[in-house]
Design a protein around this ligand. Sequence first.
Ligand SMILES: *[C@@H]1O[C@H](CO)[C@@H](O)[C@H](O)[C@H]1NC(C)=O
Ligand SMILES: *[C@@H]1O[C@H](CO)[C@@H](O)[C@H](O)[C@H]1NC(C)=O
Length: 223
Amino acid sequence: MAHNTFSLLFVLFAALLAVANGSAVREVQRRDENFPARVPYMFPAPGTNAIADAIRARRGNGTLLALDGALLNSPLVAQGWNQFFTVIRENLTIPGDMRELFILRTAVLNNAAYQWGQHESVGRAEGLTTRQLTVVRFAAEGACSLADQKILGDSLAAALDFADAIGTSVYVPTHIYDNLARFLSPQQMVEAVATAGSYAFVSRFTVSLNVNGQMNAEVPVPM
Ligand SMILES: *[C@@H]1O[C@H](CO)[C@@H](O)[C@H](O)[C@H]1NC(C)=O
Ligand SMILES: *[C@@H]1O[C@H](CO)[C@@H](O)[C@H](O)[C@H]1NC(C)=O
């Protein structure tokens, strides 16, 4: 009996140790709010991997995201991604609120909760209001209603319809293209297509690889 109690205590103690150990390991590996993906996260220590360091330098707080940890399984894909998306995020001439509308609406169309989660605050910082974000989140696909158009304003409403066309059918009807082109130069139309198109890729990447464990998560409701 005494022996059994001792064994039980020992097993409990060993289990506690294992848990403590596990959380220590997780602490080292943890980046932001990351939950497991379908591939292991690669988070090279600072100063040990030039590609990871370049990505770190771009992230506002110098921390690799779950997305980066998935990308770094293929270092050259991670490097090319970082260079391309630096341009999309930092070097376009389309308005920042329109850029984020393309990104957020694409997340909605693809049910890419991780993408929305990373960009809602960026959208707000670029000037999208909660009412506008609610339209981006819930407007029926296809044709922006007059009420939604009032909330978004004409150029962002044109961008929403454009995002829906390119995002759901690839084929952008002439009236939807021309409606957005009233507000944008040819350079900016290229940038609009590059943004909506490339973030469809981001959705596919993050959902297919279950980045941050969010493949089945609902896109958040802006509040
Ligand atoms: C770092 O910034 C990213 C957005 O770029 C954010 O998702 C993340 O929560 C931030 N992490 C910390 C620890 O502040
Ligand atoms: C891109 O934008 C960043 C941030 O504004 C700036 O530092 C950089 O010089 C720009 N790159 C080019 C090639 O214009």
